[in-house]
Write a new protein. Sequence first.
Length: 423
Amino acid sequence: MSNADFFVEPVRETPIINDVDVLVCGGGFAGVAAAVAAARNGASVMLVERYGFLGGLATGALVITTPPLNNGINREIAKRLTEWSSYAPDPARENATADDLIDGADGLLPYDPETTKFEFVRMLMEERVEILFHSYIADTLCTNGHIDGVVIENKAGRSGIRAKFIIDATGDADIAAQSGAPVRTVERPITMMFNMADVDSERALEHLGKWTGLKKFMREAIAKGEIDFDLGVDADFGAPGIFAADLIHKGQLNIWSGMLYSNQSLDPAQRTRAEIVTRDHSFRMANFLKENLPGFENARLEQMSTEVGIRATRNLDGPDVPSKQEISRGEFKDTIARPYLGKSLAVPYRSLLPKNIDNLLVAGRCISAHDDIMGRLRLIPVCSATGEAAGVAATMAVQQDITAQAVDIGQLQAQLTEQGVEL
Ligand SMILES: Cc1cc2nc3c(=O)[nH]c(=O)nc-3n(C[C@H](O)[C@H](O)[C@H](O)COP(=O)(O)OP(=O)(O)OC[C@H]3O[C@@H](n4cnc5c(N)ncnc54)[C@H](O)[C@@H]3O)c2cc1C
């Protein structure tokens, strides 16, 4: 047996299990929007997701609040969720229609993650998108700047999927990195979100005044040493504290448990540590609230997120990285997404485009833009809006047999407008 610190794997033939026009990698808001848009424009589409549900961080990480979903495919998502009373219910406006809620809302609005997972599967099935869950994209096969397909791993072993065009909606720019497109690594604080149920909200509010009072309550307890809590306290993010309360479900709170900094989130060992540390703190915090805060006596820790919430790991470094000012002004000739109706912020096509791969687009929280604007671009409506644009552009490239770089921007914008996106 060799003592070398690596294995040499035998050469093997990997069976190809599918051959599609557009392969969408990752099933978060960006991936779902991309797959639906591509299928509606006539492409055969497969979506591969490592977990057994859709929605990504927005469902699995219990994010559950979003700026208004009111443009393009976001509007459809909001309507579908509203039909299940699962988007921005406002008891003061009981008779409000879906359109009233969608148009009248501002700030962060709650949605229900389980309904979102369910509706996303319905949307994909309605468009005949092939969904493959529990499959991890382990490698991308790329020759001379062209991706031939990806290699997935699952319980059946390794297999290949061939595609004419790939959309990287992994959130981590996995496909871009694997295919050799320039990417940069980024670090953001990471947070475990958890839900508590059966909280007596009236009683808790008598004590706290407002829900934001929980921040102060926790900070004082940490400062006095009443709770052993090593995670970061962040005034801007309001952590630890309540993120949403009583909005979708009475007596249910969505809580941030504090910030973990300097975490190298692409390093599996650091990621493992982050899961352990943040789950431990969430558990401690939930118990502390039960024992010390009136109204929490009968509350229970209902659910922690499927995985710790990692905001960012890698971003694409596209051909011309737009600045914060440019994105905020939103006057690009190649604007393909304007996620906040009535606001100037826009995303250009170049933010989705890799420098050196001719059949790949990136959508969602790992697109190309300067770091100082990524905080806004990672929000949910932007992820789905860039997904929708990527889906349309990919289909155009396939149908016209052209590269991602050759897509006609005017035609792309016209098609997006045609399907209800205000640019
Ligand atoms: C703690 C926290 C709080 C936040 N709060 C808010 C908020 O209040 N409002 C808001 O709008 N946004 C918020 N965000 C940001 C927002 O939730 C995300 O940026 C957004 O949901 C990302 O969507 P996405 O589709 O780009 O990526 P993701 O949701 O990350 O989806 C990527 C998908 O790809 C899959 N995947 C990844 N790699 C592979 C692979 N190799 N093979 C197969 N599948 C793969 C993943 O499982 C996942 O389903 C928050 C984020 C965090 C972490």
